[in-house]
Design a protein around this ligand. Structure first.
Ligand code: ARG
Length: 461
């Protein structure tokens, strides 16, 4: 295809350079947003008397037809075109003649690409929000069924204190709710329109930037024309938000991987969400979660790509910035894939309550409660802590647990112990006693479930 900028050149661009330079392979996905932006721009040009209404009508119907034809498959993107902006404009001129050549008046690909990317990310953010909300709902539903499913809570991956599966799941709910909040915040800050910045220094035409901004549902024009075409901070912010979603999914995935191992067996994945081995007939592998953990590294790489791409380029547009799209689109595509797979995998997994309870019964996760028992009998916490430590050591050497250790042994360590210690250290007591706000007692968890449901109102379903 002949270049639109061919006037200044005496030769055609080298084929290798053309292929190297071309971005249509990855910016073609923005065709609808490109066309939407052009429709707003042409409408504004006509309203301001910069092009005639007749030309504008031709442009609008031509653009709408092109959009419909791309959607139906009647028009295929030309892989040798420089980018989606050039492709659409050339196709328009092919279809409507001279009027098509007027579309680019008072516009540059620099403000055009900036508007296209913002429109695209805005749409994608809504999709990611919907998928994240769906996962949050799945987790809340599961939590509601497991407010009394006792499991060990861990620190350093060592059994620490009793929690419930509901309490554990709700921790992720809050992380994801903050992620949704960050998505919205990112969308809010990027919702300013770069159109009218043109190449970098605005224009001498009497354009109306507020009009294009409002036609495209932006809050206002970007106030500075150099900034409008130069920054991709909104890509970085979104990649950062997505990276955090991925990091949350990745930590959760790591737990799912542990929980399905024979060492834990806290859960079993549905057969539809696990895979087998080509050689070991017994294997049922949690590939989905491992892939999420792996893809998290890749998305963090996308974020790094964007930051590094920006850090050394002078104002205003530089071709380096074409690299923004592959990075941010990859982050978007990966997080959507992961959310779409993780959600039904969690919804269909089977919980092995007995194994969770059995694990909670070992590992002395009631040791803190044993020390607290002595504190309630009047001992200072540090003394109570030490006495309990000696009891734990004795249990370990005698193959006992705090539940099975005879009262004599307790009283040998401290005469404040009485028969009621067994009740005080039972897992059910330890759990139901943790009534502090945000804690694992069934009542406290029910309260945070209600809070989370409240926070969900107003988010996209
Ligand atoms: N394909 C380019 C990009 O994605 C569009 C902007 C090109 N602008 C230019 N002055 N060469 O960044």
């Amino acid at each position: 295809m002949a270049k639109m900028w061919a006037g200044r050149f005496s030769k055609e661009v080298d084929e290798t350079v053309n292929a190297f330079n071309s971005s249509i392979a990855f910016d073609g996905r923005m065709y609808a947003q490109d066309i939407r932006g052009s429709i707003a721009h042409a409408t504004m040009l006509a309203k301001c008397g910069i092009i005639s209404q007749e030309d504008c009508d031709k442009i609008l119907s031509g653009l709408k037809n092109i959009c419909a034809d791309i959607e139906s498959g009647a028009l295929e993107l030309d892989p040798t075109a420089e980018d989606i902006h050039m492709f659409v404009e050339a196709e328009l001129t092919k279809r409507i003649g001279d009027a098509g050549k007027r579309l680019h008046t008072s516009r540059s690909r620099n403000d055009q690409v900036a508007v296209d990317v913002r429109l695209t990310l805005r749409d994608e953010i809504k999709e990611i929000e919907t998928l994240t909300v769906s996962l949050v709902k799945t987790l809340i539903r599961l939590a509601e069924d497991h407010t009394r499913t006792i499991m060990p809570g861990y620190t350093h991956l060592q059994r620490a204190q009793p929690v419930t599966l509901a309490h554990h799941l709700m921790a992720y709910v809050w992380m994801l709710l903050r992620d949704i909040d960050r998505l919205r915040d990112t969308a809010k800050r990027m919702n300013y329109c770069p159109l009218g910045a043109c190449a970098l220094a605005g224009t001498t035409y009497p354009i109306d930037r507020k009009m294009t901004a409002s036609l495209l549902d932006f809050d206002a024009p970007v106030p500075n024309s150099l900034d409008a075409v130069s920054d991709r901070d909104f890509c970085v912010e979104l990649a950062n938000t997505i990276s955090l979603i991925m990091v949350h999914l990745s930590r959760f995935s790591e737990e799912v991987i542990l929980w399905c191992s024979w060492e834990f067996k806290f859960i079993e994945l549905d057969d539809a969400y696990a895979t087998g081995s080509s050689i070991m007939p017994q294997k049922k592998n949690p590939d989905v979660t491992e892939l999420i953990r792996g893809k998290t590294g890749r998305v963090i790489g996308d974020l790094t790509t964007l930051l590094t791409m920006l850090k050394g380029i002078p104002l205003a547009y530089n071709k380096d910035m074409q690299e923004d799209k592959e990075a941010i689109f990859d982050a978007i595509d990966q997080v959507k894939l992961c959310l779409r797979t993780f959600d039904p995998m969690i919804a269909t997994m089977r919980v092995n309550k007995e194994n969770m309870r059995a694990a909670a019964a070992k590992g002395f996760i009631n040791a803190t409660d044993c020390a607290d028992y002595l504190v309630k009998k009047g001992l200072p916490f540090r003394d109570a802590y030490k006495i309990t430590g000696t009891l734990v050591a004795r249990c370990i050497s005698e193959g006992q647990t705090l539940e099975t250790l005879p009262l004599d042994a307790y009283r040998e360590a401290c005469d404040a112990f009485a028969e009621d210690v067994y009740e005080a250290i039972s897992l059910e007591t330890c759990l139901s006693g943790r009534i502090s706000e945000g804690g694992p007692s069934p009542d406290a968890v029910a309260q945070q479930i209600a809070l989370a449901k409240d926070a969900l109102k107003g988010f996209l379903a």
